[in-house]
Design a protein around this ligand. Structure first.
Ligand SMILES: Cc1cc2nc3c(=O)[nH]c(=O)nc-3n(C[C@H](O)[C@H](O)[C@H](O)COP(=O)(O)OP(=O)(O)OC[C@H]3O[C@@H](n4cnc5c(N)ncnc54)[C@H](O)[C@@H]3O)c2cc1C
Ligand SMILES: *[C@@H]1O[C@H](CO)[C@@H](O)[C@H](O)[C@H]1NC(C)=O
Ligand SMILES: *[C@@H]1O[C@H](CO)[C@@H](O)[C@H](O)[C@H]1NC(C)=O
Ligand SMILES: *[C@@H]1O[C@H](CO)[C@@H](O)[C@H](O)[C@H]1NC(C)=O
Ligand SMILES: *[C@@H]1O[C@H](CO)[C@@H](O)[C@H](O)[C@H]1NC(C)=O
Ligand SMILES: *[C@@H]1O[C@H](CO)[C@@H](O)[C@H](O)[C@H]1NC(C)=O
Ligand SMILES: *[C@@H]1O[C@H](CO)[C@@H](O)[C@H](O)[C@H]1NC(C)=O
Ligand SMILES: *[C@@H]1O[C@H](CO)[C@@H](O)[C@H](O)[C@H]1NC(C)=O
Ligand SMILES: *[C@@H]1O[C@H](CO)[C@@H](O)[C@H](O)[C@H]1NC(C)=O
Length: 587
């Protein structure tokens, strides 16, 4: 294992993990003992860690997890919620950017992905959202597997979630519905802390004043998200991030002698397994960019790709699984022609909408200038180190989320149809709260009609893939996010904000016509960092898609995909996948 720079503020529990982790966590493939692997999991990210934990509950399964990034242990940017923005463009980020986007005036934008044990769950914004029940029901319908329906997957949400009191222990009555939560799962979930109460009170007041799209919703994780409610975050009562690595790869799990994890190790390809009938893929190739060393490992049962929505199709394409003419053009030997690999990439665009506040008009609390004041930042860190309180127990003081729809009679829906799964599902998500000294109500388009693709530009697996989310290539999307902005502005005009909010700031400040708003959108869109769909699930006999509803790769034996390449709610997918795999293989 690589020597970590032991920071003075490391948690006792983290030190404990590190020492026990030595039994089963290796920093190089050369140190991994030679064992008969039942399962090899590629990517120790959000889904990979769930699978590692659940599969090794069966003591007969030997599991190897191969993770490209370093360990999460002792990484302060990951552990301390308030420091996560420092993980972007660091060694914990794959540093991907999109190809120039036609819909964004030719700009490329960054697309962070976790390069660390725990994957993106070790560096994400920690917003805990399940989405609408109708999304799951639509998936069940489209895939032909009723096991993906809301009623069936609730079991897995329950196995995943561990609701805890917030770090500041304030009374959370009225901020959520306890009946839709679980306190028996793995990943800690908490409500926000009372850091700037006046802003929270005003936000809820605005919701009550406006009703309609902004009506108060006691719990947006009930399966019916519409309206404005309190944020829920994957942060523990102890004020630290709860990632799939901290929650599923806990001390108990890591002490299992049947689980082995190797970090800092990049899988280049999956390979046909020799001596098998038909197309069987149960082998992985590990190469170093600088040496000719190649290691090939074979699982006796399955190789499970959990490299995420970028990493997994990247591996498939370099393995010759993709569109045959694209592969031929790159001199990659064809393993399996499947033109769906990497196609239909779908992401959620986001635009910051910020409002200035009249100085002194509302009490912003003692941390008002945190973002710009190094002295406050030092105090915040000291407080977090002392007793896990203060502003660093959360990502940012954005404490509410609204999910809203275009009206039923909207001309946009009349013209383009409705891409959402039902009238209980949002088109737009708005993130509300303080950010860098402004009040923000930033829309994310969560029902995009645009589709892009992930391709590769060379046959060198160490080159980054070409990521094209195709933002705003469907007109529905720009029109819908424009409505999101107009809703955000309407929110800022609620009576409670009179004398407090003084107006828009930033790129939208001077945009008044629709054309000006659209121009500002195209110049300032970012990714909400939810790329999905690059190895889509489809019905068993469909002519398109990459995996069957049981997540096995079509026309291949031995290879399964479990991550956001399939769809968004990764913890649920991974929990159900673990059950499917355990019921298929008994010993
Ligand atoms: C900065 C950021 C903020 C986000 N905010 C939120 C949020 O607030 N709420 C929310 O619900 N979602 C959020 N998301 C999205 C969410 O975190 C992801 O959708 C989810 O974690 C993806 O899980 P995954 O298992 O598919 O992939 P990941 O968790 O990314 O795991 C993939 C793993 O595979 C490894 N890997 C990839 N290729 C290889 C290879 N060739 N060899 C070996 N290992 C490999 C990677 O290093 C990584 O550890 C955010 C994402 C990011 C990056
Ligand atoms: C991402 O970029 C940063 C800054 O250039 C670099 O330090 C880091 O190592 C890069 N990440 C990876 C995984 O290479
Ligand atoms: C490979 O070599 C490059 C440049 O020569 C260097 O930056 C990189 O760190 C090396 N990678 C490994 C894994 O040794
Ligand atoms: C993209 O997805 C649609 C269904 O949403 C499907 O009909 C189509 O075939 C997919 N395209 C590819 C190339 O897989
Ligand atoms: C944490 O420490 C601060 C500063 O000493 C103190 O004000 C606060 O009450 C403490 N909180 C808890 C929960 O112990
Ligand atoms: C949609 O319905 C609302 C309320 O019934 C009405 O005020 C609005 O004008 C209608 N809009 C369109 C485009 O028909
Ligand atoms: C908006 O217009 C005003 C006045 O013309 C100008 O001072 C300001 O810089 C503009 N703001 C932006 C974000 O372009
Ligand atoms: C968009 O960005 C370009 C530079 O990339 C700039 O010239 C243009 O004025 C910007 N437009 C708006 C509306 O911000
Ligand atoms: C798929 O096709 C096979 C034969 O072509 C058939 O036996 C099977 O029932 C079909 N399965 C589904 C789910 O339609």
């Amino acid at each position: 294992m690589k020597t970590q720079n032991l920071m003075s503020f490391r948690l006792v529990v983290v030190v404990g993990l590190a020492s026990i982790g030595l039994c089963a966590v290796y920093g190089t493939i050369q140190d991994v003992p030679s064992v008969k692997w039942d399962f090899i999991i590629v990517g120790g990210g959000t889904a990979g860690s769930v699978l590692a934990s659940r599969l090794t509950e069966n003591p007969n399964f030997n599991v190897l997890v191969i993770e490209a990034g370093p360990t999460n242990e002792g990484v302060k940017e990951s552990i301390i919620p308030g420091l996560v923005s420092r993980a972007a463009s660091s060694r914990y980020d794959w540093n991907f950017t999109t190809v120039p986007q036609q819909g964004l005036n030719g700009h490329s934008i960054t697309l962070e992905r976790g390069h660390i044990l725990g994957g993106s769950s070790s560096v994400n914004g920690m917003v805990y959202t399940r989405g609408p029940a109708s999304d799951y029901d639509r998936l069940a319908r489209v895939s032909g597997d009723s096991g993906w329906s809301w009623n069936n997957i609730r079991l897995y949400l329950k196995k995943n979630e561990k609701l805890e009191p917030p770090a500041d222990n304030h009374d959370v009555e009225g901020e959520f519905d306890p009946t839709v939560h679980s306190s028996t799962g793995k990943v800690a979930v908490t409500l926000p802390n009372n850091l700037s109460p006046a802003i929270d009170i005003a936000t809820v007041q605005a919701s009550k004043e406006l009703g309609g799209n902004f009506r108060f919703n006691l719990d947006m994780n009930s399966g019916r998200p519409l309206g404005l409610g309190w944020l829920q975050s994957t942060v523990g009562h102890d004020g630290t991030r709860s990632s799939s690595a901290t929650s599923y790869l806990d001390i108990k799990t890591k002490a299992r002698t049947n689980l082995h994890i190797v970090t800092d190790t990049f899988v280049t390809r999956v390979l046909k397994t020799s001596g098998t009938k038909g197309l069987t893929i149960r082998s992985v190739e590990i190469r170093s960019p600088n040496t000719s060393d190649t290691v090939i490992l074979t699982a006796s049962k399955e190789v499970i790709l959990a490299g995420g929505s970028i990493g997994t199709p990247h591996i498939l394409l370099h393995s010759g699984i993709g569109d045959q003419s694209d592969l031929k053009a790159l001199n990659i030997e064809l393993t399996l022609h499947n033109p769906s690999v990497g196609k239909n990439l779908t992401d959620h665009p986001l635009i910051f909408v910020a409002f200035s506040l009249a100085p002194g008009s509302i009490d912003l609390g003692p941390w008002e200038n945190l973002d710009n004041d190094p002295t406050l930042q030092a105090q915040a860190l000291a407080l977090w180190n002392k007793n896990r309180t203060g502003p660093y127990v959360e990502y940012a003081p954005t404490h509410h989320i609204a999910w809203l729809r275009l009206p039923d009679n909207s001309s946009i829906i009349k013209q383009f149809g409705d891409p959402s799964s039902s009238r209980e599902s949002g088109h737009i998500e708005i993130i509300h709260g303080m950010f860098e000294g402004t009040y923000t109500a930033s829309p994310i388009l969560v029902s995009p009609a645009s589709r892009g693709s992930l391709t590769i530009g060379s046959n060198n697996p160490f080159d980054n893939p070409l990521i094209d989310p195709g933002y705003y290539t469907s007109s529905f999307d720009i029109l819908a996010i424009r409505e999101g902005i107009k809703n955000a502005i309407k929110f800022s005009e609620a009576p409670v904000w009179k004398n407090i909010i003084t107006g828009l700031v930033g790129p939208l400040a001077n945009a008044s016509t629709d054309a000006e708003i659209d121009a500002a959108i195209r110049n300032n869109t970012r990714s909400a960092l939810h790329p999905v769909g690059t190895a889509a699930m489809s019905p068993k006999n469909a002519s398109w898609g990459v995996v069957d509803p049981d997540l096995l790769v079509k026309h291949v034996s031995g290879l399964r995909i479990v991550d956001a390449s399939i769809l968004v709610p990764v913890y649920m997918i991974a929990e159900r996948a673990a059950d499917m795999i355990k019921s298929k293989w008994h010993d």
